[in-house]
Structure formats: C-alpha cells, structure tokens
Ligand binder design. Structure first.
Ligand SMILES: *Cc1c(COP(=O)(O)O)cnc(C)c1O
Length: 381
C-alpha cells in the first residue's frame, strides 16, 4: 500500500507505469529522426482509433486549446455556428466561439439527453451555418451523441461537423470518416492514458478546403496548415511536448497489444459493472439509456443528499478521487471515470469505497450488495 491515491476522475486518468517510464526518457531533438519516428508511429496508431485516414496533427495543448483551434481555423468573426448544447462542455465550446467573436447559436437539449435529429435538421434550414459543433461524450452528464446520424444530416449542407471527443476517444467507438466528422479534436489525458498536455486533431477534405483559404483568420500557433506541412516530415510546427509524445506512443502500443476491439469492450463491461453496483447502493445513472457513456459514469444522488461530503470523504478516508459537478448539477451528482487504464479490480474497489463512504456518512446500505451486483454484471457480460 505505498500509494493509496486512486485517481478515478473523468480525466485526468491513471497513467500506467509503462507510460510513466516512457515519459522519463531523455528529451531528444524534436526535428531529428528519433522524434519524427515517434510522431509517425503515433499517427499510424491513432488513425484506427479515430476511424480516419486523415493526417493526425499534434499540439502542446489541453483539450480546450484544440476546441479553440478548430474554430479559429475555420471561421472569422461574425460567422455563425450551431452548438448542440446538452452539457457543460458544449456550453464551453459555445463560450469559446463567443470569445472569438463568432455568432454562436445554441440548440438546447436537456442535460443527460442527446439531440433529436429532426430538430437539428430543422434548425439547419433556419440559418446559414458554417459549422455544427457536437460533443461525442459529454463528460458532465455521461451522454453519448449519435454522430452517425448527426454526420449524415450535416454532410448534405455546406456546414462542417466539428466534434469534441476528448473523453470518448480510445474508450468508445469513433468512426470519423464513416460518420462524416470534419474536424475531430481530442487530448491525451482521458482514455488515452497519458498526462494532460497533448492535443490532437484530424481534418477532413471538406474542412481543408475552408482552412486553406486565405480568409484573414486569427490563427498563428493554431494554424492547421502549418501543422500539416510539418506533419509530412513527422514534425510539428513549433516545439512539441516531446516527453508526452513518448508517453502517447507507449500508451498506443498498449492499446494495440490489447486490441482496440477488446479495449472498447472492456470499457463497456466495466462501466456496466460500476453502474450496476451503484444502482444496488440506491444511486441510479443520471443519463438516459441507451445513450449512456462507457467512459464517464454520472450517478444521481437522492433528493436532499449533497455530493460534497461524499467526494471529500472518499478522498480523505479511502484515497479514491472522484468528481462532483462544477455546473448546474453541482451537489446533485457524483462522477467516476471508467476509462483508460482500469480493470475489474478498480471497479470492485470503487464500489467497496463508495459503500464504505456512504455507511460512514450514515446512509443505510446493504453490506456487499454493490460488489455483488457488479460481479453479477461482469459475469453476464
Ligand atoms: C476533459 C474534456 C475537455 C478538455 O478539457 P481540458 O481540461 O481543456 O483538457 C473537453 N471536452 C470534454 C468533453 C472533456 O471531457
């Protein structure tokens, strides 16, 4: 028990030892052959995870940087974009757009739900949108978007489909090309098992046509054109996060060794087990079935119960670090990451700790019921 600290957030997530060792390698020349081999290997291994044949561009950035970059490369102040708003990260995306002087229309959707395709279709006939923005996996609510349906709607319009899959990629299926996603952004610190700090993006031909035009867009560091020109040589436009590159390469090797299909199934099985166990403790999943995330589990607390003491107690007594909410759900839900480097033992431990914390706080729980329900779900899967 040398480290009782259990990072069970919806990101950042636990970094496996193999990745930590890769991070510790000496820094090399970012324009030399050693590092361009790393950049190329990362691209080759990310493409199937993203479901794309596009180039994959790397930036030293958090996920939010990539969200901003996707807008800065495709729009100018006054351009209109439609944000499918079903949670905190969609709201953040719209706020970024407003910060850039764009005209952000919000298609409001109940939190925990996903957009009604007919409403999206109708809204797209209302106005001349340059882009539609969707969150693949809304980490604030645990809702997954039907990108295949959204993509089929947006494909037939001049608008681009820009998707944030920061908390989805590597944990739930992503088929960028098949689903007609024009710009896909993600980051290193969620299901990709790395520390925060590396952003990634891939761009469709439809989007390149707009990005390449000479419109006076406010972009320099974020310029995807420079990034692509350098990516041809296995480089980045500016000094990359070299150490994180080593880490991501190792994490992608781990995913390939396990097999992408097996990785995605593991996420599904473990999320279902945690959700079954929580249900036995009287904590239902916040998100409507069947759009529940396999990477973020959001649990609804009974009316009158506060998330704060649960989150605090889990950390202070058990060393298990989970999240509440920093938005309008604040106090009413607790959130676990079920992504990246986790196995059955992690889920069983989560539930033992959660049951223990609730007991300590005076809830009435049935001893062992959560673990039993999780084991049952694991057996059935
Ligand atoms: C974590 C996350 C982000 C990125 O947040 P950063 O803190 O900027 O890395 C963006 N979108 C979603 C859905 C996320 O879960």
């Amino acid at each position: 028990m040398d480290n009782p600290y259990r990072l069970r957030l919806p990101g950042p997530t636990t970094v496996p030892k193999r990745v930590r060792q890769a991070l510790a390698q000496p820094v090399v020349n970012h324009r030399g052959p050693e590092f361009s081999a790393v950049v190329r290997d990362i691209e080759t291994r990310l493409q199937p995870i993203m479901g794309t044949k596009n180039a994959v561009l790397l930036f030293a950035a958090s996920g939010t940087g990539m969200m901003e970059a996707s807008l800065a490369n495709t729009m100018v102040p006054g351009d209109k974009a439609l944000f499918i708003c079903n949670g905190q990260f969609a709201d953040r995306f719209a706020a970024i757009a407003e910060g850039l002087g764009l005209d952000a229309d919000r298609l409001e959707v109940a939190w925990g739900d996903a957009v009604d395709p007919s409403k999206l279709k109708a809204q797209l006939t209302e106005s001349d949108y340059r882009a539609v923005i969707a969150i693949h996996n809304e980490s604030s609510t645990g809702a997954v978007s039907d990108l295949e349906t959204i993509g089929a709607i947006v494909r037939d319009t001049p608008a681009l489909l820009i998707v944030d899959s920061v908390s989805g990629l590597g944990g739930i299926e992503m088929k960028q090309d098949r689903w007609n996603v024009d710009i896909l952004v993600s980051a290193s610190q969620k299901a990709l098992m790395c520390p925060p700090g590396l952003g990634l993006v891939s761009v469709s031909e439809k989007a390149w046509r707009i990005i390449q035009s000479d419109a006076p867009r406010a972009r320099f560091y974020w310029d995807f054109r420079k990034a692509r020109d350098n990516a041809v040589d296995g480089q980045t436009a500016f000094t990359p996060a070299v150490s994180l590159g080593f880490g991501l390469q190792e994490a992608l090797h781990m995913i390939d060794e396990e097999g992408l299909g097996t990785v995605l199934e593991r996420h599904e099985r473990l999320a279902a087990a945690l959700q079954a166990g929580a249900g036995a403790l009287g904590l239902p999943v916040f998100t409507r079935s069947p759009i529940r995330s396999n990477t973020v589990t959001v649990l609804q607390l009974p009316v009158g119960k506060d998330a704060g003491p649960i989150v605090r107690h889990l950390y202070e007594k058990y060393g298990t670090v989970i999240a509440g909410a920093r938005n309008k759900l604040g106090g009413t839900v607790i959130r676990f990451g079920t992504m990246g480097y986790i196995d059955e033992t992690d889920i069983i431990t989560d539930l033992m700790h959660l049951e223990g914390a609730l007991d300590d706080l005076g809830w009435k729980t049935e001893p062992g019921a959560a673990v039993a329900a999780a084991k049952e779900a694991l057996r059935a899967a």
